[in-house]
Design a protein around this ligand. Sequence first.
Ligand code: ADP
Ligand code: TRP
Length: 321
Amino acid sequence: MRVLTGIQPSGDLHIGNYFGSIKQMVDAQKENDTFAFIANYHAMSSGNGGAELAKLTMQTATDFLSLGIEPQKSTFWVQSDVKEVLELYWLLSAFTPMGLLERAHSYKDKVAKGIHANHALFSYPVLMAADILLYSPDIIPVGKDQIQHVEIARDIAIKFNNKYGDILKIPAFKIEEHVATVPGTDGQKMSKSYKNTVNIFGEEKKQLKTIKKIVTQNVPMEEPKEYENCNVYNMAKLFLNEDECKELQERYRRGGEGHGHFKLYLHDIIWEYFRPYREKREYYQAHQDEVRDILEYGATKAKNIALPMIEKIRSITGIRY
Ligand code: ADP
Ligand code: TRP
């Protein structure tokens, strides 16, 4: 099965990104033909650009390789290295009713938050549709916030196929229910924009400071505590197996320990979980040329799929004359 996803190079990765998207991709590599790219064109739609964008693109590539994307198993590239996606974006625009884009929650939310609405932000889902449809994937693993974008890609593909026949593959999305939304330090969805993240790669002291800020109930040390709605427990369980979860639940029920203890425990398990990935990241940070070579190799593999597809689309749409 072909699985495809895009990642915006928008800053430091957090454990919401990890469980909501990266881990799913890494796991998918075992049995699937995995396609993953850094969506640097998309990042421009929220005002990113210049040297900072170039830096974040390399940082994101480094982070993903460190977290387990394997260039031999997956096709891993930077969106702008396969420019045919922009051509398809235009061709699909002609199959995109304005109303479809006007209904996009993500666009409306961003405008409501005060992001200046430009055309790139508005037409973002069309570029995302091109990202998907150029490579004919079966499945797009996404967090809940991206489902509507995949639905838009499906709508556009159906309209295109209605006119030209069965050219574009209709993609499906997949969300992992138990990690659908990872909570942040304040209990809301973890997100960079809410400043409630626990980052994957940071200094140990900073991580501990963040974890100590997690909002918990005020219950005396000796009393039993509720774990179901505890933000510390809900974050910890992402890293634990069934037995370890039960053990932690027991510690909550038993009383005698405060939330401070559970926070220290949470810090330790997160720090240990990412230790091997941190080591790999140090390697890639010291070998950025290797990262560039991997991306170039990935772009070549992506083009092997994209070029015959765009050629077919050029012919059928009459752009090839
Ligand atoms: P942020 O909200 O921090 O800006 P992004 O929008 O860049 O994160 O998300 C990148 C990927 O990570 C997307 O697939 C998104 O659905 C997933 N993701 C982000 N935050 C979470 C979360 N709290 N829980 C689950 N998945 C998440
Ligand atoms: N919009 C996605 C996000 O913000 C990133 C993305 C761009 C993407 N193109 C894609 C995801 C294609 C899946 C498929 O997370």
